[in-house]
Design a protein around this ligand. Structure first.
Ligand code: DP6
Length: 301
């Protein structure tokens, strides 16, 4: 029996994709860092009569259906009539608070397109084509096809490089599943009065972030990313109904990170996804070691 396996990494947005149109077309530009060490692997085998999913991710019924809907979408895009058994696993623990939709939809897209290309002796699609298909599964998945950084603009993702080697760290505040999914958040934020200028704000910040990372102005990059995650969380908190993820524990650690920056005039880029956990991007130098030694009560992964 033929079998295909492929994997794709997670990514963390510094300029956030928030608000979308049909086909997960983002309303605004986003910029992400690709987290190579956290990935999803998807395995496909031929199946006789229907597609089915054996998942190790502890997905809900709705999430499983969404995964199979995307497989059907890929097959229709490739004009393919066969069926697959799908198996999916993450190399990061379930409950680690890392959204796996980007890595899982990107991995599913890669492996299904590869399997269909093999079966039908067709050429493999380019990363650009795969990314466009992956977007229909989950918008942020379009970025997981590119690295080390990715710009996602008007539905098209592309790699971008900056003169830094990055170490990504996650401060795990709470690993529980989100009450409001990102897909729901994209809809709810439109009810916020702050949403009206959101596209412009994301655009301005993205351009400034590109400039500061290119010119190695790390402090500006930190400031821009700090403003950007608060912008997204302010949208959440001013939506109707409002919702939010930043509680006392997250706030406590954010204040400590601010103090670190004040004390050292340097530190990591700090960002939050749609959740309470804190992502840090460190330049790969001694600074990170210093902070780790002074923060042993925080949970890092
Ligand atoms: C807050 O890609 O999860 O993580 O397109 O509905 O699957 P769908 O949404 P998703 O949205 C990601 C939102 C975010 C910010 C980001 O990654 O840019």
């Amino acid at each position: 029996m033929a079998c295909w396996v492929d994997s794709a990494p997670a990514n963390i947005a510094l300029i956030k994709y928030m608000g979308k149109e049909e086909g997960n077309m983002p309303v605004n530009i986003s910029l992400s860092y690709t987290i190579e060490r956290f990935s999803t692997t998807v395995e496909l085998d031929d199946a006789a009569e229907y597609d089915y999913l054996e998942d190790d991710l502890g997905l809900t019924r709705e999430q499983r259906d969404r995964f199979l809907v995307h497989l059907r979408y890929i097959k229709s895009r490739m004009d393919f009539g066969g069926y697959f058994r799908v198996r999916s696993s993450n190399n990061f623990p379930h409950g680690a608070g890392i959204a796996s939709s980007a890595s899982s939809f990107a991995a599913l897209t890669k492996v299904a397109c590869k399997a269909i290309a093999d079966i039908e002796s067709r050429p493999m699609l380019s990363s650009r084509e795969l990314s466009e298909i992956a977007r229909h599964g989950s918008g942020s998945a379009a970025r997981s096809l590119f690295g080390p950084w990715c710009i996602f603009d008007r539905g098209e993702a592309r790699s971008v490089e900056f003169p830094y080697t990055i170490i990504h760290e996650l401060i795990l505040i709470d690993g529980a599943r989100k009450k409001i999914s990102s897909s729901e958040a994209h809809k709810l934020v439109r009810s916020s009065l702050l949403f009206s200028n959101r596209v412009e704000r994301a655009h301005v910040r993205c351009q400034r972030l590109i400039d500061s990372l290119t010119s190695q102005n790390w402090h500006d990059a930190y400031q821009i990313c700090w403003g950007e995650f608060w912008d997204m969380h302010a949208l959440f908190e001013t939506s109707t109904p409002h919702f939010g993820y930043i509680g006392g524990n997250t706030m406590h650690v954010l204040r400590r990170l601010e103090e670190f920056w004040l004390q050292h005039k340097d530190g990591p880029i700090v960002t939050l996804d749609a959740g309470p956990n804190i992502h840090l991007l460190w330049r790969d130098d001694d600074l990170r070691k210093l902070f780790r030694a002074s923060a042993s009560d925080l949970t890092f992964i």
